[in-house]
Write a protein that binds this ligand. Structure first.
Ligand code: SAM
Length: 275
């Protein structure tokens, strides 16, 4: 494991756990504003670190369930949060927790606010989106490139399977850019704060498993035409592909990366009629 020592009472930072902490009080309070946290909210924080963001969330009056994997942080967190009582700290990896275990700790609706360890960004987002947990929104500090991917428009280089998957559940917006020097220790890249607000299945996706399969098929070879990807993933004939293209009113040589999320939903529906 690679460690770097620094402030925070000589705490030895573990790079492998994505330990890059935020300390600027104005920035931490701005992240809470981005998440639109009020005193009535219940917040889930992933990655307590030294408790600096936890403290900012607690200052809004909200209740915080905060999860951390590194128990060496316990003394720093207790010191930072002394005087606060509206929180529950759990040393556990949320990715390894079942929905039932999670609900035992946090039973009601919640918003996620987190300065995420970079290596778990996508699995953590998908863990909440694909579960039945009553998650209302996620306000996340992520690498700037990841933020660009999450809110990308169809036909751009950033648009990919993760974009379509996330936007099929949420409205996504980048709230602010965070210079790498705002973290201790400073990572190699800049970050941004992105908010994912769950919409109520506004695209009317009926078959999630087939939708996922469709998105995967289209992006597994993004330089190929949509027709070729459909033929290899679903074994469709040229005539079946023509049926789909007529139904969706798409040009025959189109690449799948040009399809909007709504068109992915129509494509899934057309595919289901042929299977
Ligand atoms: N919230 C603090 C802040 O803003 O300064 C710390 C953020 S730091 C980028 C990420 C934290 O997540 C680290 O303290 C790390 O130990 C913790 N962490 C890493 N993987 C985790 C996981 N799977 N579940 C919970 N916490 C995790």
């Amino acid at each position: 494991m690679e460690y770097q020592t620094g402030p925070f009472n000589g705490f030895r930072f573990n790079k492998a756990l994505g330990q890059n902490f935020l300390t600027d009080k104005n920035l931490l309070s701005a992240i809470c504003d981005d998440a639109e946290i009020t005193a009535e909210d219940t917040v889930v924080e992933i990655g307590t670190g030294a408790g600096t963001l936890t403290e900012a969330i607690l200052n809004t009056g909200a209740f915080v369930y905060t999860f951390e994997v590194d128990s060496r942080l316990e003394p720093l967190i207790s010191e930072r949060l002394q005087g606060h009582s509206k929180y529950k700290l759990t040393f556990f990896d949320v990715l390894k927790m079942s929905d039932e275990q999670f609900k035992e700790i946090c039973p009601g609706p919640f918003k996620v606010v987190a300065n995420l360890p970079y290596y778990v960004t996508t699995p953590l987002i998908m863990r909440f989106l694909e579960s039945d947990l009553p998650c209302r929104s996620l306000t996340l500090t992520v690498q700037k490139e990841v933020g660009d991917r999450l809110c990308a428009k169809e036909g751009t280089a950033d648009y990919g399977a993760v974009t379509v998957a996330v936007q099929s559940y949420c409205d996504v917006s980048v709230k602010r850019i965070i210079d790498r020097r705002m973290f201790y220790p400073a990572p190699k890249v800049d970050s941004c704060v992105v908010t994912l607000t769950m919409h109520d299945n506004k695209f009317g996706i009926a078959d999630r498993a087939l939708f996922r399969r469709t998105v995967k098929a289209v992006f597994c070879a993004r330089r190929k035409t949509l027709e070729n990807n459909l033929k290899s993933a679903f074994g469709f004939t040229k005539e079946q592909c023509e049926f789909i293209f007529r139904k969706l009113d798409l040009p025959p040589m189109i690449r799948g990366e040009k399809l909007s999320v709504a068109e992915f939903v129509s494509l899934t529906q057309a595919i289901s009629e042929l299977l």
